[in-house]
Every structure is written in C-alpha cells, then in structure tokens.
Design a protein around this ligand. Structure first.
Ligand SMILES: [Zn+2]
Length: 215
C-alpha cells in the first residue's frame, strides 16, 4: 500500500487523508461480512466529507484491485460503508461517484482519489455553470465534476484513445506481500467513445451541480 503512504506523506498541509478502513469493535462474526480479499479505504477531507472506497481483488488473478463502490458521508456521520448518508448533499455525491465509477469500472485508485480531492471546496465552490454554491432546485452543493483541460481552454472531456501506459507504476518489491494498486493493467475497452477519466493531468475538475452538468 505504498500509494497510501505516499499520499498521506505528500506534505503541502493537505486536508485529505487516505487510510485502510477496518471495522473496529465489531465481534468477529460480523467482520466476516466483508468478502475475503476485499479492502475498504477511508478517504477523508477534514470538516468536509468522509468517503469509503470498497475495493475488490481484480478477477484477472493478479494482485490488483478494482473499485467496487464509493459512498460519501458528512464528516461527523458515524456510518458504515454500505449505509447511506442522512444528508441529501452526500446522497447526491454518492450517486454521482457511483455513476463515474460505473462509466469506468477500471479506474485507478489514484485517479479516483484525485477526483475526491477536488471536493475540498464542496460547500464554498461555485458551480461553473450557474455560479451559485447551492443549486436553485434542491439546494445541494455542486457535487458533479467536469474535467477541464488546461490545454485548448474549452471544456474538454477527453475521449480516450486507449493508452496502456498506466501500468508503469508497479514497483513490486521482492517481499511478495506488497499490494500493487493500479487501475487497468490491461485495457479491454474497445473504445465506444466513452468518457474516460483516468490519467488526468494538465487540467482540473470543475464543480457543477448535477442539474447543470449538461447545460
Ligand atoms: Zn449550477
């Protein structure tokens, strides 16, 4: 889990933290609720949100993980990963994250965490479409995200031309116990022109209300 260590040690006084989540205090019988081999990460932004990222071993039989689900909660909610937030804003955020993971089931954890970091200003950032913090309908903050590339200036959602350069992050030690987290080691996508959102560099996630995403 080198990535987690690097992430938290990244300095810059980041408010974002990533940890492996373990259900503490539960009787052993209940711990079995987690499928064997599955891992849950807890990603928090101080005073903004808590998210749980459920990972399952990749069915390709190597030591990689795929993102199964992501759920978001308020920073002070005491919930388990499979539960639902009491707040509309976080329910909406969970739905939005679920959609993004579904659109790219092999998204790398790094790409997902980069996206989650963009929620630091969840309750202060204005939607880039309507320039409000809370949406006119429903009064939810901008939980949607649109990738804006620095190059070209326009709102560029990159349609991927398959690139397989993602796998270069695996520096496996000889210990055998090390877990390599990476996204698609093989890209079987036949390129239906779907929006890809991994390997995002040279741009930023722009906040949007869900209702403003297609406006
Ligand atoms: Zn808006």
């Amino acid at each position: 889990m080198d990535y987690i260590r690097t992430f938290n040690g990244g300095g810059s006084g980041s408010l974002c933290k990533l940890h492996i989540w373990e259900r503490t205090g539960a009787p052993p019988s209940q711990r079995q609720a987690t499928p064997i081999g599955a891992v849950v990460l807890r990603f928090t932004i101080y005073d903004v949100l808590t998210t749980y990222i459920s990972l399952a071993p990749s069915c390709e039989g190597d030591s990689t993980f795929v993102v199964e689900s992501v759920t978001a909660f308020g920073p002070r909610e005491k919930k388990l990963p499979h539960m639902q937030s009491d707040y509309l804003a976080f329910q909406s955020l969970s739905q939005q994250l679920a959609k993004m993971v579904q659109s790219d089931p092999k998204v790398s954890i790094q790409a997902l965490v980069d996206l989650l970091c963009s929620y630091q200003g969840l309750f202060v950032d204005r939607c880039s479409t309507c320039e409000r913090v809370l949406s006119a309908e429903g009064h939810v903050p901008p939980v949607g995200r649109i990738w804006v590339s620095d190059r070209g200036g326009g709102v560029g959602i990159e349609n991927s031309t398959d690139d397989n350069s993602e796998g270069n992050g695996s520096t496996r030690g000889g210990t055998g116990s090390e877990i390599t987290i990476e996204g698609a080691s093989r890209n079987e996508d036949t390129g239906h022109g779907r929006t890809r959102w991994k390997k995002k560099i040279g741009g930023r996630w722009d906040p949007r209300h869900v209702t403003c995403m297609h406006g």
